[in-house]
Design a protein around this ligand. Structure first.
Ligand SMILES: Cc1cc2nc3c(=O)[nH]c(=O)nc-3n(C[C@H](O)[C@H](O)[C@H](O)COP(=O)(O)OP(=O)(O)OC[C@H]3O[C@@H](n4cnc5c(N)ncnc54)[C@H](O)[C@@H]3O)c2cc1C
Length: 434
């Protein structure tokens, strides 16, 4: 078949590769200048390429890792891998998975964590054990803050474990976050083999990681926004000129809604449109600081920051690319991540950046002074993820229109908006086409 894929994010790209491998002719249409979608290199950032936002992956991202292998993009070379370690920059907290079989690696991590009282460790182990006993299911789903209250989680455990992990994985505050989606992430990372909880950080830019390395047979049309889909005999026409037997629509929900609105209504259309409207976007900002020299005295790739230490100190995670990169010359870049950030807090970009830099300097003082800053760039992605809330109905890949399927991190994967979900959804969409 001749299949069109709209959107070259990780979902559309993985759909295109799976369809190509199944023997179809595939054309990909991407509105922007390069492949990767929300997980891409910032065009024009040159040799010291910057991404649209700092990303991490987990050992549990099996579909993504297999896809990289399929494209001969070796995960061992292109990703820095280390056992899960939550280490506060200030030095007052550390939790590290141990070299034991799952789930004991995680139990030992909590039992031996530095910075918690025994009662705090016991409360966390008890809550996790209860969740595991119930098959990592919570019915009915409810806001994580409510569930944590029910489980009598102490404030120190919420601050050092639940809140940072919930923001990192769901990009949704505790009071709104779905306990079920959080449980799914915990199940697949902490209860699925010791390596599943490993942290994987790209050592190259996100487009080079694999999206730039599509099989030769796939045609990628860059700068090609699709404005219109028309049902044609035995297929669909895009922008009134490209005809395809089948389509994968792999664009964010509002864009999908606009495109599907032109098609003749069929049973189920109204419901699908309502579900597409129900997603609310949540922002993530990344402050990139290019330093005069690599920060070698900071020997950790990733540290937790305290974002409640003082007003405006919004940084949650610090990434040191001098440790992450495997380039011969160590990359003198640090990236600070601000999940679930309100754009109102960043209206004055310079003032916001100043406060965050001050926060980093103060909270990392145990590592010695940060080298001088040569350049800085604050990237705010307003539509980074959808709010992962209880009761959100996520559409399946199949639609009311034959041969037209959906893909995207927002489809019914069970995961929050993450790379692995995007890849899984693309592959599931390809299977629907056959
Ligand atoms: C700053 C930031 C940090 C993140 N951190 C993490 C992380 O640490 N770990 C993690 O797993 N996930 C993270 N995520 C989430 C992850 O990036 C997304 O889940 C994933 O990239 C979504 O891929 P997608 O293909 O579903 O959607 P998208 O990447 O949004 O792809 C959709 C594509 O469709 C294109 N498009 C839209 N409309 C049209 C049209 N009409 N015609 C043609 N093309 C169109 C868009 O240009 C885009 O390229 C982060 C996201 C951001 C923004």
């Amino acid at each position: 078949m001749n299949v069109g894929v709209i959107g070259a994010g990780w979902a559309g790209l993985s759909a295109a590769i799976a369809l190509h491998d199944a023997g179809h002719d595939v054309s990909l249409y991407e509105a922007g200048p390069l492949a990767g979608g929300r997980a891409r290199r910032v065009p024009g950032s040159g040799n010291a390429a910057l991404d649209n936002g700092q990303h991490i992956m987990l050992g549990a991202y099996q579909h993504t890792l297999q896809l990289m292998q399929r494209l001969h993009r070796e995960p061992d070379r292109l990703l820095l891998r280390f056992g899960l370690k939550l280490q506060a920059a200030s030095g007052d907290f550390e939790l590290r998975c141990r070299a034991l079989p799952s789930p004991w690696h995680a139990v030992a991590a909590v039992a031996l964590a530095k910075g918690w009282h025994t009662s705090e460790k016991a409360a966390l182990i008890k809550a996790m054990a209860r969740l595991r006993l119930r098959g990592w299911k919570v019915t009915p789903d409810r806001p994580l803050a409510q569930w944590l209250d029910e489980q009598h989680q102490p404030a120190g455990v919420v601050k050092r474990f639940w809140e940072p992990l919930c923001l990192a994985a769901l990009n949704t505050p505790l009071v709104q976050a779905s306990t079920l989606m959080m449980a799914r992430v915990l199940k697949d990372s902490l209860d699925a083999g010791r390596n599943a909880s490993d942290v994987l950080i790209p050592r190259t830019d996100l487009s080079d990681l694999w999206p730039d390395h599509l099989p030769a047979g796939i045609t990628l049309h860059r700068h090609s926004p699709i404005q219109r889909i028309d049902a044609a005999s035995n297929g669909y026409t895009l922008n009134e000129k490209h005809w395809h037997d089948a389509l994968v629509v792999a664009v964010p929900p509002p864009n999908a809604r606009r495109l599907l609105a032109d098609l003749p209504a069929r049973p189920g259309t109204e419901r699908l449109m309502q579900h597409l409207e129900a997603f609310s976007p949540v922002a993530i900002a990344t402050l990139n600081l290019m330093l005069d020299e690599p920060w070698t005295t900071l020997s950790e790739p990733m540290l937790m920051l305290d974002d409640q230490a003082a007003p405006g100190q919004l940084g949650q995670w610090l990434f040191n690319h001098a440790v992450i990169s495997n380039a011969r010359e160590r990359h003198p870049l640090i990236s600070i991540v601000l999940s679930n950030c309100l754009s109102s807090a960043l209206t004055d970009r310079d003032a916001a950046s100043r406060l965050i830099i001050e926060q980093v300097r103060r909270q990392t003082s145990q590592f010695g002074p940060m080298p001088d800053i040569a350049q800085q760039l604050l990237i705010i992605e307003k539509r980074a993820t959808f709010a992962a809330t209880p009761g959100l109905t996520r559409p399946d890949n199949n639609t009311p229109w034959p041969g037209l399927v959906l893909a995207g991190d927002w489809t019914n994967t069970g995961y929050p908006a993450v790379l692995e979900g995007a890849v899984m959804s693309g592959q599931a969409a390809a299977r629907c086409i056959g």
